[in-house]
Each structure stands twice: as C-alpha cells, then as structure tokens.
Design a protein around this ligand. Structure first.
Ligand code: ARG
Ligand code: GLU
Length: 740
C-alpha cells in the first residue's frame, strides 16, 4: 500500500512538474482537465470557465480583429488587449502633430472614443462537437478527393441543421488534422472604438530589442470599447450605438502573483504543429527557418538604417518593421531552442516507440517511411517557396505587393468580368490610400536590389525571372542598377500615377496595368513560380497532409491513455500552468516577476526603444504607485512569466487567477521557448504577461484616467481567501453572479 502511495505521489509530482503543455478545447475541460487544474490550485470549476447555459468566463473572451485576443473588463463593453494588437488602429489615428504612438491617447469621455471601421470583436456563443456528422459516410477506403467532397457536403448539412439567430455565424473547423470536427457559433460586433493607449515608451518599451525576451518591462496594453445597437446586438459603426453590455466581464485582482500561483490563459492561439514527424522538424531547423531568417535580416538592416535617420520614416515604417522583425527573431529562438533541447532525437525516439507498438493484426502502413519520402520529394520546392513567399508575398518587397494586387485585378477581369473587377478595384483603392501613406520608394528600391540578388544567388535560374538571373558570377550583375531602372520606370511606386492608371473602364485599366514594366516582371516571376514550384509543392503537400491525418489517428489509437490536445487553429482554447522561474542556461536563473526598477535600469534617454518619459520618471522617483504596488516589497510590478502553452494569436489573452479574476495580460513568450509551437518543453517554455497592477497604475496614476478604473471591478481574492478559506468558492460565485 505504502509502495503504491509513493509511486502515485511520484506520478503526481511528475504530472504537476510537467503541467503547462496543451491548448485545450473549453468544451472538454470537465473530463480532461478539471482535476489537474484544481490540483494546480484552481478554485473554480470547468463549468465556471465554459458554459452554454449560464454566463461563464468564456463570455468575457473576445477574438480581436481575428488576429489577437481581448477581454471584457467592465459592464459597459470596455475591452483590454495588447498595445501591439491595437497598434494599427493607434497608428491610423496618429500623425506628426497628433502622435498617439509617441504620446499615448486617452479618451476623456465616451464621446472622444475613436471609431475603427473594419475592426471586429467576435464572441463564441457555443461550441458543438460535430465529428460524427462531418465524417458520416467517410470510409478508410475512400480516396482523398472523395473524402473531401463527402465532408464538404456533410458540413453543408451541419450548417443547415444548427439553429442560429440572424446575428450569429457558424464556422465548422477540422481538428487533429481532420480526425475531428467542431462547429463554433459566433457573434461579431463591428463597432469597436479606441479608448486608451499608453505611449510607445510604455506600451512598446524595449521594442524589437526586447521582443521575445525575458526579463521584460513592457506595458503592452491598450483599451477599446465594443458598441452595440439598442438591442445590445451587433450594428454597423454609428454615433447612435451604445456601449455593449456583456454577459460576463473579468474582475481584476490587485493581489498580484507569486511563484507557483495558478494561471489560466484563455484565447485564440493561431497555429501550432505539435505532432509533426522528426523529418519535418529537421527541415524547419536546418533549411526553412535559416533561409527565412537570412532574408528578413537583410531587409531589416536596410529599413532600420532609414528609420534611425528620420523621425517621419520611423513612424511610417514602425508597424511594418515590427511585423517583419517579430518572426525573424522568433525563428532564431525557435531553432536555438529545438537544437538545445534535442527535439529531433526526442521525436525520433518517440517514433521508434510508436513503431514498436504497432501490432501484427493491425499492420499499420509504414507511415514514418512515407513521411521521409514525401518530405524529401517536396524539399526542393519548399526551398524555393520560402524564398519566393518571403520576398514577394509579405511586407518585404512592397512593390511586389502592389504588383500582386494588379495581377489579381487582371485575373478577376479575365475570369469573372468587369463587374467583379470594379468591385475589387474599389477595395484595392481603399487599401492603396493607406499603403502609400506609409511607403517610401527609396527604401523599397534598396530592399528590392538586395533581395533580388539574394534570390538569384541562392535559387536555381530555372525558377528566376530573366531580369534578375545571374548566370555568370564572373560578370556579376549590378542589382542596384536593375532596381533603379525598374523603380524609375514603373508607375506602381507613385500613388498619383497608380490612381491615374486605375481610372476608366476595366478593359483600359487592365491594358495599362499590363503595360507596366513591374507588372511584366512580376507576372513572369509568378508564372514560373506557379507552374514550376507551387504545383509540385501542393501536390506533395496534399499527400503529406493526408498522411498527417492518418498518423494523428494512429497516435491516438496507439496511446489511448495519453491526453491529446489539438493543434492551434485560431479557435478558442484554454491553457493553464503556474507562475514559474526558469533556467535559460547554465547557472542562470530568471525570477518570474519584473519591476519598474528594471525599466529604469534599461532607460536610455532619447533612444527610440528604451526612452522613458517625464511623467513615469516622476512617479517612480516619488514611489507614487497608488494602491497598485506589491504589498510585500512596495515595488511596482511590471511583467511576469508562467508555464502556459501559448502562441501567436494569444496576444491580448487574459491571465486569470485561481478564482476567475484577471491578473495579467499575455503578450509574448520567452525566446528560449518559442519552439513550443513545435515541441513544448516545460523546462524552458514560458509565456510573458503584463501584470494587471501595472496596467491599472498606468491608467490611473500615469494617464489620470481614473474614470476608466471606476468602470472596472477590482478585487482582492487572496485577502478574502485567508479570511475565510472554506467559503472562498461561494464568495467568488456570488461575485460573478452579481456581475452578470
Ligand atoms: N512577440 C510578440 C508577438 O508575437 C510581440 C510582437 C510585437 N512587438 C514587436 N516589437 N514586434 O506578437
Ligand atoms: N505576441 C504574440 C501574438 O501576437 C503572442 C506571443 C506568442 O507568439 O506567444 O499573438
């Protein structure tokens, strides 16, 4: 008996030590996670987190613009998210004279809150397991195409069978690589206004140097408000709208956090790939990440040079630079972490175990061997795809972005006619208005020269457009001259010329677009790429995807006792863990909480990343922290870390305490652990959150926006807990009820 108890307790400690991995569907918390969560200190129930019948935490969690998470923190629709999530909106209201990026923005009353047409806030009303219906009639013998077609029809009928109100939408999504399906009933609000944002010197303190880094000192938050029609339902942006009244909003705890405290992060993680075979991870570490890193580094160095020399350029390029730099740095951390933790050999070992467990009467196909072959066949195309995608597809060579739009316009005209063309043209013109506001052709030309040279050097000539081919290294081409010629001849770098080109009927416009030299260059590049690279790539990739589905299914049947969680796919998930320090390298330990003292240590007057403004310096000097300082050491906390398993899209997610109160705002991960998208490792994977007390301090003491604090509900659960531990759960329940 004693023996069993000891083994059990060892097992439990092992479990607890590993806790953190997993992005769980809120629907299954009761059966899969509740016990472990309570073991870790959670005082509420799965039903308090996700319920269809009553208000629950999930009603306070809002998908922000489809790319970040946000949460309701007042009864009048006040929404908290990251500064970097609201960045585009803050920037769009900014100019040199009214520089909200630099000075911050605080609406003094609701009438001053700024509208952001196009920005959405989506709530999840219900999640339904529709696996059985989605896979009805699907058999193992079916070919991939037949399978897809059957599922598509099934999804259509699922959509028709679910009852939804006119303001709701349904989304049916595959999970576990298509082994399961879930439907999401959502409501999307369309009037979301900017309420407040700290200056960049707080909201983006440390900028790209500190991005993905712990110890961190960024107050990465901003405030918005959801507005609704008179019926509290979604409405188009209008002065008539009124603040949305939520079913639930998060109270904010001012008790702070300590090592070991339970934390729950609730949000919309974007994409992870936890179940890839070793061969795929190897390709990422050895080929894909290094190539993408090198390409971005080249572009970033050029843009940085211009940004540092001119303030206006800095404002123009700030958002683009941040987004290119973000994943550049993440990939560096990812490859480093994967190597350091021996991710590939761990995967290989696991795969051996998997293979050894396949039984005779269940002669699984040689899945891993098939993966090896398919990845090898795909490799040459994947290589070019990374180059082409990075250089032309994103924000790197901006001219190629405009060319891409022109290409789509012509394509639309040719396939769907003048009306479709005109519709799209209208949208393109709207986009271009904003695009040229932040465009500098001189920077772009230099980036183009550097990257077309890189492409020509590293990619085979048969995949390279003639203009930039370099077949004879002896007579090296001068890419500076090629770029200069192209940029002086094309109209696409000049807003007025482009709008002139777009005047008139579809046929004329298309003819003009096609006559542009950049168009011709882009078309040749795209054609070559589409036929010689993308087609074979897609062909292999399709096979890889369907093999991954078979592999996933085999994993789940081979290890029935293991709890599997689905990869992130921008749907609502819960992850939980604890506030926890870590050891990034030998003899180095990072404590889990940072303080305002650290901001002052990093302070570099005049530096665009590490400047601190007067007001904050003054508050610091006077230790004027209001009620928000740490109750034990009197210091002002800024950020903290935990073992929650998060990824891109979790930005702006609330960190929630054992009782269901907000204690922090997720905004990043520690660099050493960014590999958690491919291989979570509890020893070094940490998410980074802004401490709720810092947010309150900035709003209240720094910005003097006490009227916003009054809307919120501040609580002290630790205090109440020590007073009356047994009634704790009841107290919290009563509070949440009162909130509703
Ligand atoms: N790394 C965080 C995320 O992935 C923050 C990014 C924004 N900040 C920046 N300096 N680029 O979104
Ligand atoms: N900053 C990320 C985001 O925008 C979250 C950090 C992460 O990738 O974990 O979603």
């Amino acid at each position: 008996m004693k023996h069993i108890l000891i083994t059990l307790s060892i097992l439990l400690t092992l479990q607890a030590a590993k806790a953190g991995e997993g992005m769980w569907l809120p629907l299954f918390l009761k059966s899969l996670n509740e016990a472990e969560m309570q073991e870790l200190g959670m005082k509420i129930t799965a039903e308090d987190i996700y319920s269809v019948n009553k208000g629950s935490l999930k009603d306070a969690i809002v998908h922000f613009g489809g790319f970040c998470t946000s949460e309701l923190i007042s009864g009048s629709g006040l929404l908290l998210t990251n500064h970097h999530c609201g960045y585009g909106q803050i920037q769009s209201h900014s100019s040199l004279d009214n520089n909200y990026l630099k000075n911050g923005f605080w609406a003094q009353s609701k009438a001053d809150e700024l509208m952001n047409p196009g920005l959405t806030a989506t709530m999840i009303n219900e999640i339904v397991d529709v696996t059985a219906q989605a896979l009805e009639g699907v058999t193992d013998k079916m070919g991939v195409e037949e399978r897809e077609a059957t599922i598509k029809l099934n999804i259509e009928s699922i959509r028709n069978s679910l009852v939804v109100a006119s303001h709701q939408a349904i989304e049916v999504r595959p999970f576990f690589n298509g082994n399961q399906y879930f439907a999401f009933l959502t409501t999307t609000y369309r009037d979301v206004r900017l309420v407040g944002a700290p200056p960049e010197s707080i909201g983006k303190f440390g900028a790209d140097t500190d991005n993905w880094v712990w110890p961190r000192h960024t107050g990465d938050f901003s405030l918005f408000r959801i507005y609704a029609g008179p019926d509290n339902l979604p409405a188009d942006p209008s002065e008539e709208n009124i603040p949305y009244e939520p079913k639930h909003f998060l109270p904010i705890s001012t008790d702070g956090v300590a090592e070991g405290d339970f934390t729950l992060v609730f949000g919309f993680p974007g994409r992870t790939q936890q179940y890839l075979p070793a061969v795929a991870v190897e390709e990422i570490i050895e080929v894909s990440d290094p190539n993408k890193i090198a390409i971005r580094e080249k572009a970033l160095n050029i843009i940085d040079k211009y940004m540092r020399s001119d303030e206006e350029t800095r404002i123009k390029y700030a958002s683009k630079f941040a987004s290119v730099a973000n994943y550049w740095k993440k990939w560096i951390g990812e490859t480093t972490g994967l190597k350091k933790t021996g991710a590939i050999s761990k995967k290989q070992k696991f795969e051996k175990e998997f293979v050894s467990m396949q039984t005779k009467d269940n002669p699984a196909r040689n899945i891993l061997g098939e993966f090896d072959a398919l990845y090898a066949q795909r490799a040459p195309y994947a290589y070019v795809r990374d180059y082409y995608g990075e250089i032309t597809g994103g924000r790197i060579v901006e001219l190629m972005r405009v060319v891409g739009l022109a290409q789509r316009m012509t394509e639309l005209y040719e396939t769907r006619g003048a009306e479709a063309f005109d519709n799209f043209k209208g949208r393109v013109m709207g986009f271009l208005e904003g695009f040229y506001k932040n465009y500098d052709p001189a920077i772009d030309q230099e980036v183009f020269a550097a990257l077309s040279e890189m492409y020509a050097r590293n990619v085979e000539a048969k995949y390279t457009p003639e203009m930039i081919q370099d077949l004879s290294p002896a007579a090296e081409k001068n890419y500076g001259i090629i770029a200069m010629k192209l940029y002086s001849e094309t109209a696409f770098v000049d807003k007025d010329k482009v709008f002139e080109m777009l005047e008139g009927d579809a046929e004329e416009v298309v003819a003009r677009l096609q006559a542009d030299p950049a168009y011709a260059f882009g078309a040749e590049w795209k054609n070559t790429y589409d036929t010689k690279v993308l087609e074979p790539y897609d062909n292999y990739n399709f096979k890889i995807d369907s093999l991954q589905r078979i592999y996933m299914n085999a994993l789940m049947t081979t290890f029935p006792e293991k709890r599997f969680y689905p990869d992130a796919n921008s749907t609502m998930r819960v992850t939980y863990g604890q506030v926890k320090s870590y050891n990034p390298s030998d003899a180095v330990t990072y404590s889990p909480v940072t303080y305002l003292d650290g901001v002052m240590e990093k302070y570099k007057p005049g530096d665009y990343e590490f400047d601190v403004d007067e007001k904050l310096l003054e508050l610091y000097d006077n230790k004027d922290y209001g009620n928000y300082a740490d109750r034990e050491n009197g210091k002002m906390p800024v950020c903290f870390i935990g073992t929650n398993h998060t990824t891109g899209g979790n930005s702006g997610s609330p960190a929630i305490d054992a009782h269901g109160n907000l204690i922090g705002l997720n905004f990043d991960r520690a660099w050493e652990g960014t590999m958690s998208d491919l291989n979570y490792d509890a020893s070094i994977c940490r998410n980074i959150m802004v401490d709720a007390r810092y947010i309150l301090f900035v709003i209240d003491k720094y910005a003097g926006a006490g009227h916003l604090i009054e809307e919120m509900r501040l609580v002290r659960p630790k205090l109440e807990y020590t007073r009356n531990p047994k009634d704790e759960i009841k107290i919290q329940r009563r509070k949440r009820k009162a909130n509703r």
